[in-house]
Design a protein around this ligand. Structure first.
Ligand code: SF4
Length: 373
């Protein structure tokens, strides 16, 4: 059955807007969660929280947010920090590009003399990693400026409320949701209103089984009226995420294990991992391991046995990583690809920031024992 939708002109008629705003704010005042970033107006702290919350659940973010601000309580502290220390604080949160951008932006602001978060949208948006969402969120929440935020939660609520059939995962449709959010925004309290809308999406108008009886917008909601909440939002079908076969080697020597640091640009920039790479088609795991270690580290190794397999998902692909126990047969480390290497005792591994896939292997590997052999 085709999804019933409303024509653009009938989505949110202006006569409905004052009541929609009032009802949402009343609901928010009664139900808002007490989250650490809601206790501050410090733009730096709000910025950090919004960056962490992109792609990550609130419950996951909270401990990272506290640890991060304990170590880097202001822009100056973040700008002075070594990127490796910043990445270590980000380890486990994923999407490490966010940490690189935040760090670069802090340095830029401190170097440019001001050392403050700009209160002008255009200046703030010119910083590394600051797109429309972050700029609108920080400008509205920290400075009470009338910028409407549009994230996944907001799109879902607006699609259901207004009967908007444009796919939420299509770049061209973003403008439709942004315009709708701009119309709906309560310009007397934009920061609170933005948070209220996102909170409604997080707590009530959830992706599956929205709790419509508890919703302040149940009467005007198009999806609710048409018994079509499951049909909104719509999405375009994407090609399945490709899977890559990867291998890596655990090379132990005198009680230490070899780890390498990824290049300073690109995917997972600056993070550490066991040396390895992508297996070729029809290549066995052990042969790939020998080849990749020779190519990337200059070491000649024999892959003795497979230790473990881990699966890990990135934004645009998934990996299946086979980890092999390797015996060093000769050669000295000469890197081609990684930017640095270390022979390190297993107990000291937690001093470096590692890729998520590599971190997963630590919990399952008896590294101390393997390195004592
Ligand atoms: Fe979402 Fe239901 Fe509220 Fe509509 S009534 S906005 S579907 S929770």
């Amino acid at each position: 059955m085709p999804t019933p939708t409303r024509p653009p002109t009938a989505r949110l008629p202006s006569r409905m807007l004052p009541k929609l705003r009032r009802d949402l704010l009343t609901w928010y005042n009664a139900h808002r969660r007490d989250l650490p970033w809601r206790r501050t107006r410090d733009p730096y702290r709000i910025w950090v929280s919004e960056v962490m919350l992109q792609q990550t659940q609130v419950a996951t973010v909270i401990p990272f947010y506290h640890r991060f601000l304990q170590s880097f309580p202001d822009l100056g502290a973040l700008a002075r920090a070594d990127i490796q220390v910043v990445l270590k604080h980000w380890e486990g949160l994923g999407y490490y590009r966010r940490a690189h951008h935040l760090h670069r932006a802090a340095r830029k602001l401190v170097d440019s003399g001001g050392g403050r978060v700009p209160d002008r949208h255009r200046a703030f948006k010119a910083l590394p990693g600051v797109g429309d969402y972050i700029a609108n969120a920080v400008m509205s929440i920290a400075f009470d400026q009338p910028w409407a935020v549009v994230d996944g939660n907001v799109k879902r609520v607006l699609a259901r409320l207004g009967g908007i059939g444009d796919p939420v995962n299509q770049a061209a449709a973003h403008r439709v949701f942004q315009q709708t959010a701009d119309c709906l925004l309560d310009r007397r309290c934009p920061g609170t209103f933005n948070q209220a809308l996102m909170e409604l999406g997080a707590l009530v108008c959830t992706p599956r089984r929205p709790n419509c009886p508890e919703c302040p917008w149940q009467a005007p909601c198009f999806a609710r009226q048409n018994d079509a909440t499951a049909q909104f939002p719509t999405r375009i079908r994407r090609a399945p995420v490709p899977k890559r076969a990867m291998v890596a080697g655990v090379v132990c020597h005198r009680g230490q294990v070899l780890v390498v640091q990824r290049p300073s640009e690109g995917l997972l920039a600056g993070l550490w991992e066991f040396p390895g790479g992508r297996r070729r088609e029809r290549e066995t795991g052990s042969a790939a391991c020998g080849r990749l270690l020779r190519e990337s580290t200059g070491l000649s190794v024999t892959a003795e046995r497979k230790l473990i397999r881990v699966n890990h998902a990135y934004t645009h692909f998934k990996i299946v990583l086979d980890l092999f126990l390797c015996r060093k047969a000769g050669g000295r480390v000469r890197l081609d690809g990684p930017q640095a290497f270390r022979w390190i005792r297993p107990a000291e591994l937690n001093t470096l920031p590692f890729t998520g896939a590599c971190k997963k292997t630590f919990a399952q590997l008896p590294l101390e024992r393997l390195c004592r052999r």
